[in-house]
Design a protein around this ligand. Structure first.
Ligand code: NAD
Ligand code: USQ
Length: 382
């Protein structure tokens, strides 16, 4: 298959591009490298020293003989995007290329506007490019479990059977997101669903949980291929952050009670889920939704798991409960369905002590790169 991986220089996109290339697909990366610029803006960095995209693909070719083509540019530049479509004629377009941090989107008006413009308009351009230049192309779009929020009922995969005043319908599951970033994903989902209906586009919306880990078999092949790993209060995510905090002697920063429950998956499962979606395309006109996670945990449970493994490895860690910088429910019901990817063959890598130790070990190697002032959260929702 000819596959474009938009956002292929990022945390999920880079290992996915390598994995799909390894499986024999003709992979092209599209990325405007804005995530690297955000590190400069925030005076932050990846814990792992990451090579330039050019160095990365050259090394991949050297090691495997496989070429990954690259296009450096922005989804919001439609002429550029059209040119990528003309040159690649993709069978599948994997769309990771969005601003993905909730705190970044809540910094101020400018960051909220940037997030929604970048994400919503970029995605709309992708829909138009598919319609105009590759109508049979399968859009594989990264959504997020946070689109649903934390309703007091089970979370289904995209749709809910509703009976109201004696009539029944299958409707999009209600969305109650918790940040302007998460809202951008909801807007994307609506636009994709509409485009599928009016133009007959085929699309899979992958409502992904929080991704942990960093390594895959491919990124492990050479230090030049190493994945980025975020830890700061803006881009770092719960489990990875706790591991980095344990490795650097920082308290584990649980926000509020820590009873907030979220869905998680290993980066190794992210790459496999994309392959499964690509191998089993949605039908023309179908807007398909998969919940892409393998397990869920409360934030406090995760901190306790990290504390235990860190302690066993000579790194005593303290769990601290910070005043929650976000507005979110800390006590809530959580049960989400995730059978569709499993039914198509996903075999989850579950979160074991061994997996935690593996991530911890790779963090320890680079812990002197952590900029300590960046660990405490600085963005509040109010
Ligand atoms: P990331 O920031 O590491 O990667 C995103 C990449 O997209 C970056 O390389 C960035 O330069 C690029 N990009 C952003 N806007 C662009 C634009 N307008 N044009 C071209 N390139 C652009 O993020 P990630 O963690 O790899 O997340 C990838 C996707 O998966 C995002 O859509 C995110 O919302 C979603 N997701 C991530 C997680 C997670 O835990 N990391 C969980 C659920 C969903
Ligand atoms: N949290 C802490 N301590 C921390 C960091 C986070 O307690 O140090 C808590 C937050 O308050 C929140 C939960 O952990 O309740 C998750 O926060 P997060 O920063 O790990 O994840 P989130 O903001 O939801 O965003 C991340 C990715 C985003 C993706 C989303 C998947 O950045 O791109 O869409 O996870 S999901 O959460 O399923 O929507």
């Amino acid at each position: 298959m000819r596959i474009v991986v938009a956002g292929g220089d990022g945390f999920c996109g880079w290992p996915t591009a390598l994995y799909l290339s390894k499986q024999g697909h003709d992979v092209t990366i599209l990325d405007n490298l804005v995530r690297r610029k955000m590190d400069d803006e925030l005076r932050s960095n990846s814990v792992t020293p990451i090579a330039s995209l050019e160095e990365r693909v050259v090394k991949w070719k050297e090691l495997t003989g496989k070429e990954i083509k690259t296009f450096i540019g922005d989804l919001n530049h439609y002429d550029f995007l059209k040119e990528v479509f003309r040159q690649t004629q993709p069978d599948a377009f994997v769309h990771f290329a969005e601003q993905r941090s909730a705190p970044y989107s809540m910094m101020d008006r400018e960051h909220a506007v940037f997030t929604q413009t970048n994400n919503v308009i970029g995605n709309l351009n992708v829909l138009y490019a598919i319609k105009e230049l590759a109508p049979d192309c399968h859009l594989i779009k990264l959504g997020t479990m946070g689109e649903y929020g934390t309703p007091n009922i089970d979370i289904e995969e995209g749709y809910l059977e509703v009976e109201h005043n004696g009539r029944k319908d299958k409707l999009p599951f209600p969305k109650q997101p918790g940040s302007f970033y998460h809202l951008s994903k909801v807007h994307d989902s609506h636009n994709i669903m509409f485009a599928c209906k009016i133009w007959g586009i085929r699309a899979t919306d992958l409502n992904q949980g929080i991704v942990y880990g960093l390594h895959t078999d491919e990124t492990d092949m050479d230090p030049v291929l190493v994945n980025r790993l975020d830890y700061d209060g803006v881009f770092g995510t719960a489990l990875n952050r706790f591991l980095i905090q344990a490795a650097t002697g920082h308290d584990l920063t649980v926000y509020g009670s820590g009873n907030q429950t979220r869905a998680f998956l290993n980066i190794k499962d992210t790459v496999r889920c994309i392959e499964i979606a690509a191998d089993n395309p949605a039908d023309r006109g179908e807007f398909r939704v998969f919940n892409q996670f393998t397990e869920y945990f409360s934030v406090k449970e995760l901190a306790e798991k990290v504390q235990k493994v860190a302690d066993e490895n000579g790194l005593p860690a303290t769990i601290t409960h910070l005043k929650n910088p976000r507005i979110e429910a800390e006590e809530h019901y959580y049960h989400a369905v995730n059978t569709k990817l499993r039914d198509l063959g996903l075999e989850p890598h579950l979160l074991t002590d061994e997996v935690l130790k593996g991530i911890l070990d790779s963090v320890i190697t680079n812990r002197n790169r952590v900029i300590k002032e960046n660990v405490i959260p600085s963005v509040t929702w109010k």
